[in-house]
Write a protein that binds this ligand. Structure first.
Ligand SMILES: [Mg+2]
Length: 147
């Protein structure tokens, strides 16, 4: 398993950890989550879904132990920029310093833009069908989960 190059990783949910539009984990992501959580990497979810829905999904998959915080849309928190900031805050990371050593992994241009705006390493993933050139601002592109 790839050693995680970051001390903190924030994950998008739909199309990144889960197959787009569904509740099925993407093949290979659970191994990454287990390995990195086991190695002490701080991890959170940042999703455009409502926080309550996202927590239900994470709990239902048995993933709660891997994430110290699950952030979604909520009153006063809308858009990936704000959700990402909320996810980091839930890990005790206050921006801008809180971005140090942290990455955001997502399949949408909005994920990449939020990561870059807040100073995180932007990891764009293409396995949900987003073409790499639509994730052009990403620092890193993954075509499959690291293994
Ligand atoms: Mg997504």
């Amino acid at each position: 398993m790839l050693t995680c190059p970051w001390s903190c990783v924030v994950w998008d949910l739909d199309g990144t950890l889960l197959e787009r539009g569904g509740l099925r984990p993407v093949d290979g992501v659970e191994a990454v989550l287990a390995a990195w959580a086991g190695a002490g990497v701080e991890m959170a979810v940042a999703t455009s879904a409502s926080t309550s829905t996202a927590r239900q999904v994470v709990d239902g998959l048995g993933w709660s132990g891997w994430f110290s915080h699950v952030a979604g849309s909520a009153p006063g928190v809308a858009g990936k920029d704000e959700v990402l900031a909320e996810a980091l805050l839930g890990l005790g990371r206050v921006l801008p310093e809180g971005a140090a050593g942290a990455a955001m992994v997502g399949d949408s241009p909005a994920d990449v833009a939020a990561a870059r705006r807040h100073g995180l390493t932007a990891v764009g993933v293409t396995w949900s069908g987003t073409p790499a050139d639509a994730l052009g601002g990403a620092d890193v592109i993954w075509t499959r989960p690291p293994s």
